[in-house]
Design a binder for this molecule. Structure first.
Ligand SMILES: Nc1ncnc2c1ncn2[C@@H]1O[C@H](COP(=O)(O)OP(=O)(O)OP(=O)(O)O)[C@@H](O)[C@H]1O
Length: 738
């Protein structure tokens, strides 16, 4: 006997309901109205009555995130999903009762604080890593929210599909959100990153009851696709986590304006959910109002559909929330009565179906042969009955046999019909699959053509990219050159500044030297000439050129000043040329930035770094300009000082000239005096010699003459020594004066 395949068997499973009690917060009334007699019962005292509810598991306020994960048996849900089932876990409860805390947790990356979703991700990837090597997995996630009756894609980073997505239904894959972003993930971390990205886009707000209240229902879906590489059989399972927005009373949450509108929408969709649950648990109701809200439409497979569903109701133990707690617990109790029909989403491979078909045909053949044999036996029995007269017991036995045979025939005919139907179904499936195969082949062909087109485009893009890269490289080199030049110019400017300082220093020294120089009349006159030349060229600065500079005396301060000015002018020209180069570079970089907008993000980064370097260059350029301005200022001051010094030099020269003239006149006067003295001496000497040469006969006057001659000699010697002393004094006084 052939049994129906596993996929066709429908097991009814009721929704598992769990209850988590949130610890009292500072905002809460201290009076507790909730108690937990045991791990499966929760009791609420409200309105003078005790309401008791039984659930699959109760988590009190001390329960940890791991306790909840284990108690809700999320790992089993993960196994179900890997087995090809759809599973849904959703959290329902009053606002601020801890739904998001339970589903996502305080910190999704923290080992203790993470909630059900991150832990399920860990379990899923661990299970995949332990699967046989011939099973291939593809895991993708989607994250949407239902905000004010609009479905928004939370993973759509560009916000194109945030508007309002549509819900569609497919006989194979069930209810799904059309066009929502599905991101493939290869590990737990990637999944958590997707979740973090989605959480950032979620609509939350601070209300009177919760600092970070979710203003929307969020649906996080993990789809696990499996392929058996040996048999080509495929399986798909979905793990859906729904964090519902909390029901709230406007009075308590103090919602006004947009928040009030949000609260109304939340309450409306939650009441639609309640209606669906009521209809599902009421045997008389035939119509289930799934289409009354986006929320119920999305949860259609999870409520009364083909998914395995777990519901976590979150409540507050505080007396002030007792009425909301009661309604939450009632909701959980009703939901517990919902019966789902979980089924495996599996597609058998063509080989598997062909084998099944062959088996079915063989069974049909065997049964047909058996029926024929039985028919023959019946016919021959009848014939035997006609030929003789059977006794009573024989007749009874015959009747029993006939009855048995008829029953057998009946059951065999039924089985045959079943097998034929199965065979027909298999045949149809084979035909469908063959058609699908052809369709896929065509699609594959299209895809191949498309791929070829894409490849050609890619090649072109790569070529263009390479061109752009080369251009970028050139730009970078040009930038480096400009940078180098800028650095060089800065260094040059610094050197020039140092030189200017040195010139200043040397000018100071020259002042001192000049005093000595001015002593020499000839040198002074040369200097005078040079200064005159300098003054003339200063009067006509426009005529100053390199040749003029070369012609001027090297040691002259004016020459140095003019040289410095010439250098500065050259520097201005250089700097403006550099400015032009930098501007051109900026323009080129801007141009290339526009051109490279389609280039990969790596190049974008490169461009960014280029831009940064350009900015640095511009900063250096500005610094240079500032330095240049400072230099110009220094130059102005230096020019002023040089002018003052030149004036002083001019005055000194004037004085020196005057003194020189005085000195020359004094020298002339002294030499005239000396000549005069020499003449006088010569006369006296001659007279003395004459006296000494007189004859000795003149006895009478001989002694007198001798005495006179001696007196004259003494006078002469005295005159001579006083004259030489005066001469010496005269010389020293001139030296002092000069
Ligand atoms: N079991 C718990 N243990 C510790 N803190 C909790 C627990 N449950 C909730 N909280 C804290 O209570 C606050 C409200 O929780 P949460 O945001 O999860 O509520 P909610 O039901 O999602 O609210 P809403 O419907 O407004 O979004 C948070 O600060 C959260 O950390």
């Amino acid at each position: 006997m052939i049994h129906a395949p596993h996929s066709n068997k429908v097991n009814h499973a009721s929704v598992s309901v769990y209850c988590r009690i949130r610890p009292l917060s500072s905002r809460d009334d201290d009076r507790k109205v909730v108690s937990t007699p045991d791990t499966k019962t929760v009791s609420l005292a409200h309105g003078g009555e005790h309401h008791t509810f039984a659930f699959d598991r109760i988590f009190d306020s001390k329960a940890t995130q791991q306790d909840v994960f284990e108690g809700v048996r999320v790992s089993r849900c993960v196994c179900d999903v890997l087995g090809g089932y759809n599973a849904t876990i959703f959290a329902y409860g009053q606002t601020a009762s801890g739904k998001t805390h339970t589903m996502e947790g305080g910190n999704i990356f923290h080992p203790l604080k993470s909630g059900v979703i991150p832990r399920a991700a860990t379990a899923l990837f661990r299970a995949c890593s332990h699967a046989p090597a011939y099973i291939e997995f593809a895991i993708k996630v989607s994250f949407v929210e239902i905000y004010m009756e609009r479905i928004r894609d939370l993973l759509d980073t560009f916000g194109r599909k945030r508007g309002n997505l549509r819900i569609r239904e497919n006989p194979n894959s069930g209810v799904y959100v059309a066009g929502c972003t599905e991101t493939f993930v290869t590990n737990e971390n990637e999944l958590l990153i997707c979740m973090t990205d989605g959480r950032k886009s979620r609509a939350t707000a601070a209300t009177g009851m919760n600092e970070g209240s979710s203003r929307s229902h969020s649906v996080f879906c993990i789809t696990v696709q499996q392929r058996n590489t040996e048999t080509e059989a495929k399986r798909v399972g979905k793990l859906v986590f729904v964090d519902l927005a909390g029901s709230e009373m406007a009075r308590k949450s103090q919602a006004v304006g947009l928040q009030l509108e949000e609260a109304k929408n939340i309450n409306r969709s939650l009441s639609a959910l309640g209606q669906v649950i009521n209809a599902l648990t009421d045997e008389k109701k035939v119509h289930i109002p799934y289409r009354d809200s986006k929320l119920t439409r999305m949860l259609q497979d999870s409520l009364g559909g083909n998914a395995k569903t777990g519901l976590i109701v979150t409540i507050s133990a505080s007396a002030e929330n007792a009425s909301e707690t009661l309604s939450t617990l009632k909701f959980g109790q009703r939901a517990k009565a919902i019966k789902n029909k979980p089924k495996v989403n599996e597609r058998k491979s063509v080989e598997e179906l062909t084998t099944l078909l062959r088996k079915a045909e063989a069974a049909i053949d065997m049964q047909s042969a058996y029926i024929n044999a039985l028919e023959l036996q019946v016919t021959s029995g009848n014939e035997t009955g006609h030929s003789g007269t059977p006794n009573g017991s024989d007749a009874e036995t015959m009747a029993a046999i006939l009855q048995l045979q008829q029953q057998k025939i009946l059951s065999l005919t039924e089985e045959l019909a079943e097998e034929q139907a199965e065979s027909k179904r298999c045949n149809k499936e084979v035909l469908d699959l063959t058609a699908l195969l052809h369709e896929k082949e065509e699609l594959l062909l299209d895809a191949r053509n498309f791929m070829e087109e894409v490849e050609a485009k890619m090649e072109k893009a790569v070529r263009e990219q390479a061109g752009m890269l080369a251009q970028n490289r050139l730009l970078v080199k040009a930038k480096a050159r400009v940078e180098e030049k800028a650095h060089f110019k800065v260094r040059e400017l610094e050197l020039r500044l140092e030189k200017a300082n040195a010139v200043d220093e040397r000018l100071r020294k020259e002042d001192a030297e000049y005093a000595v120089i001015s002593q020499g009349a000839s040198r002074s006159s040369t200097a005078k000439l040079a200064i005159e030349g300098e003054v003339n060229s200063l009067k006509h600065p426009s005529t100053l050129d390199q040749i003029t500079l070369q012609r001027l005396p090297e040691h002259s301060s004016m020459t140095k000043h003019l040289k410095l000015e010439h250098q500065h002018r050259k520097l201005i020209t250089d700097l403006s040329a550099q400015c032009g180069l930098v501007d051109q570079l900026e323009r080129e970089i801007k141009g290339s930035a526009v051109g490279t907008s389609l280039v990969t993000s790596k190049e974008g980064q490169h461009m960014c770094s280029l831009r940064q370097r350009l900015e640095q260059l511009v900063a250096v350029h500005r610094q240079l300009l500032r330095k240049y301005a400072a230099l110009e200022l220094n130059l102005g001051e230096a020019t002023k000082m040089i002018m003052l010094r030149d004036e002083r030099i001019f005055q000194l020269e004037h004085q020196s000239e005057k003194r020189h003239e005085g000195f020359t006149a004094e020298c002339q006067r002294m030499s005239a005096l000396m000549n005069d003295l020499d003449l006088k001496l010569l006369n006296k000497k001659t007279r003395v010699e004459k006296v000494l040469a007189r004859p000795r006969t003149l006895r009478g006057g001989q002694k007198d003459a001798r005495a006179h001659a001696q007196k004259a000699a003494i006078w002469w010697n005295n005159e001579l020594s006083s004259a030489s002393q005066a001469d010496l004094l005269g010389h020293s006084s001139i030296a002092k004066a000069s």
